[in-house]
Design a protein around this ligand. Structure first.
Ligand code: G3P
Ligand code: CA
Length: 252
């Protein structure tokens, strides 16, 4: 079976660096990987979307408008067009020249420098574009270093069909009435609710653990909440402040 992502008693919260080190650098770029790596975050969260020509690229929004110097839907632009954009200047002039990474370049960087990838399958995917993600991961022998999450059950179903070796997490902004049932149906390794969603019924943590499913909460940047979630038995936190969470963990 797959590795369990449930936290062992007495061990600290797993740190998932949301869009990389995104409070200190432009999200979803090589620069934000570097910040997360320096924070010793084991896992970097990136969003992956297909371009017009089905190349998987690392971008959060449906358009390039907010985080680059270009405009338009990522699905309407070729990989070459997206790759020519500046993805750093919007954050601060010092980051001029950062690019929208391809998934391929992201995996190459992790393979060289270490670290693991929490990959959120986001946006206008098809079965073919999900298959393209799988082939990028497998061709580099990176399957044991990638965890896939999505808000879209269909994306996870395709992923499970195409790459049963990859652990899967379902993102939720409201709690399901029966999270264990959906976790079993989708063969999840983790159920990843927002902090507000989980707060509605913290008892879901024990139910999911009994079913072998980990619980990771997003997006939590506040030490008082890290403490409460750790005590509640949560396994990991997706945070914009990986250095601070790692420091908090070190004092655990
Ligand atoms: O990893 C959880 C989080 O990334 C989901 O929301 O909008 O930041 O992709 P979003
Ligand atoms: Ca995300």
């Amino acid at each position: 079976g797959k590795e369990s992502f449930i936290r062992k008693p007495g061990t600290p919260l797993r740190v998932w660096a949301h869009r990389g080190g995104s409070s200190a650098s432009p999200e979803n770029t090589a620069a934000s990987d570097e910040v997360a790596r320096r924070a010793r975050a084991e896992w970097i969260e990136n969003d992956v979307q297909p371009t017009k020509d089905d190349v998987p690229v690392i971008l959060h929004d449906d358009t390039v408008d907010r985080t680059t110097d270009g405009t338009g839907a990522v699905r309407s632009l070729t990989a070459a067009q997206v790759g020519a954009l500046d993805a750093g200047s919007w954050f601060a002039p010092a980051f001029a020249g950062q690019r929208v990474p391809t998934l391929a370049s992201q995996l190459d960087g992790l393979k060289t420098r270490g670290g693991n990838l929490l990959l959120e399958v986001k946006g206008a995917h098809t079965r073919d574009s999900v298959a393209r993600i799988v082939s990028e991961v497998r061709s580099r022998g990176m399957s044991s270093r990638v965890f896939v999450q999505s808000f879209e059950p269909q994306h996870l179903r395709w992923m499970h069909e195409l790459a049963p070796e990859l652990p899967l997490g379902l993102l939720r902004s409201t709690l399901d009435p029966d999270p264990v049932a959906i976790a079993k149906d989708l063969e999840l390794s983790a159920y990843n609710p927002s902090d507000a969603a989980l707060s509605a019924r913290p008892g879901a943590i024990a139910e999911l653990h009994a079913a072998g499913v980990a619980v990771n909460v997003w997006t939590v940047d506040d030490a008082a909440r890290w403490d409460a979630l750790e005590k509640a038995g949560v396994d990991g936190v997706i945070t914009n402040r990986p250095a601070e969470l790692a420091g908090w963990n070190a004092a655990f």
